[in-house]
Design a protein around this ligand. Sequence first.
Ligand SMILES: *[C@@H]1O[C@H](CO)[C@@H](O)[C@H](O)[C@H]1NC(C)=O
Ligand SMILES: *[C@@H]1O[C@H](CO)[C@@H](O)[C@H](O)[C@H]1NC(C)=O
Ligand SMILES: *[C@@H]1O[C@H](CO)[C@@H](O)[C@H](O)[C@H]1NC(C)=O
Ligand SMILES: *[C@@H]1O[C@H](CO)[C@@H](O)[C@H](O)[C@H]1NC(C)=O
Ligand SMILES: *[C@@H]1O[C@H](CO)[C@@H](O)[C@H](O)[C@H]1NC(C)=O
Length: 490
Amino acid sequence: MLQKRSRNLIVVKQLFVNIYLELLTEYYGIRSDNNIDNTIKILNTWLKEQGSNYFSVNVTMDPKTQGHEDEKGIADWTPSRFEHIIKLREEVLNYARKIWADFIFMLDADIFLTNPNTLNLLISKNVTVVAPILKSDGMYSNFWAGMSENYYYKRTEEYESILTKTKIGCFNVPMIHSAILIDLRRKDTDFLTYDSQYFNLYNGPRDDIITFALSANYSGIPLHICNDENYGFIMVPLENQDIIEQDYQQITNLKLEMLAAADQEFIQISETMKSFVVYPKKNTLGLSNIYMINLFRRPERRRRMLACFDELGIKAEVINAIDGRTLNESILNSWNIKIMPGYKDPYHKRYCKYRPMTMGEVGCFLSHYIVWNKILEDNHMYTLVMEDDVKFEPYFRQKLTFILQELQHFKSDWDLVYLGRKQMQKDPENVVNGSQYLVYAGYSYWTIGYMLSANGARKLIDAKPLENLIPVDEFIPIMYNNHPRLERIF
Ligand SMILES: *[C@@H]1O[C@H](CO)[C@@H](O)[C@H](O)[C@H]1NC(C)=O
Ligand SMILES: *[C@@H]1O[C@H](CO)[C@@H](O)[C@H](O)[C@H]1NC(C)=O
Ligand SMILES: *[C@@H]1O[C@H](CO)[C@@H](O)[C@H](O)[C@H]1NC(C)=O
Ligand SMILES: *[C@@H]1O[C@H](CO)[C@@H](O)[C@H](O)[C@H]1NC(C)=O
Ligand SMILES: *[C@@H]1O[C@H](CO)[C@@H](O)[C@H](O)[C@H]1NC(C)=O
């Protein structure tokens, strides 16, 4: 449920809007209709703030339309909805040709470009049609690497290798969508179209993006997807019967992905747009308390975690970690700390040397130790302890609720539950009887996120770990008797 965050340098700047935008070199086009929310108000606020930055803004917003005929829900793509989107796209493509635009950048509203340099980067690729890769909270993205004989999505191995960046660059693929740059200066783009009625050889479905892909293929224009940079993110489309709440949940998932990817900066919303962003009410997820351990000199991690908590509606207490840099022998003595003599790191044992604990590791242990004591002092029954470099998996809140229910039913006497860990043991783990997701943890590393019961906290403290200190993620497996090399020494 929790992953350790990997490092990526990107700057995130994004406007949260829910419409269909097209950018014509310096012309800016906006089309919005069939809204069931305050999209038009948001757009007008944005236009007031940003509109003057463009040479010309061409806006059509229809506040009256309320969905297409035969539509069963907000995500139901009826024939008339397809006709409408085909017409919009075709109209703007032709308009761009008419005004001799050099480029057209077609951008759908359910994407978040987090790289402010995207347009320049795409232009610099010097190809006719190109899309920046957009990540979702799962395997979905804005390209296909295979197309079936009847022009639908085909699974391929190449898809995964582009998505996961096992190969990096710009690749020729049969389909790109949602964010597309077309170099209209090149004559061979003259026959690109979203509308199959202008395309004699077409025998695919009446669908804007499939038509576009095939018209490119027939024009001999390769479609490119570039994964050489972090460009942005995309929402997974809803299923036909889905409701708006699923979209809200997905946007939370996606914002958490963005927060995990950003290193220094994260989603910034201009002051005027802030009032439109609604966060869930905060609580402790049914636990007695939630702690987040953060080093005071890492404020960017603290800010990022607090932003994640805002998105997830998590009320957490920030604990100032003990900074290893401020520790020395005399301080350790004053705490009565004795580092376990001859402590050997079992997973780096091939180096065959005894590794003393670093002060950083001591500080980390003490930080967790302080939290365990606090849990007992404040009489908390069930708590969650997190470090500050956590990446939340999609649907974190729902998953946690489910786990707590399972614990209540199948394992009410639990001490500690890892919510994220590095599994060190290859052997299969025993399943907790009756439960779907709980296993008895084998040897595991990391302390990025775990739940503790009062009993669990008591056991950790009673073991008097400071008298024989080892790294905290070695200590915990010893406490549940699942450490491969160290004898149970307490
Ligand atoms: C706005 O764009 C449409 C094409 O979508 C075009 O027909 C119309 O002439 C444009 N209006 C202005 C004022 O440029
Ligand atoms: C861009 O591509 C065109 C045609 O493929 C080529 O003639 C031209 O030299 C390229 N320009 C640059 C700057 O690479
Ligand atoms: C057009 O599609 C065919 C069949 O999938 C493919 O072999 C060919 O490379 C495509 N052409 C371009 C320009 O992408
Ligand atoms: C250890 O750190 C404390 C507090 O910073 C300092 O007062 C003390 O002189 C240090 N002791 C040694 C041996 O460096
Ligand atoms: C799980 O249930 C089975 C059958 O009811 C029982 O034999 C087994 O001991 C139980 N395992 C645990 C770990 O409680």
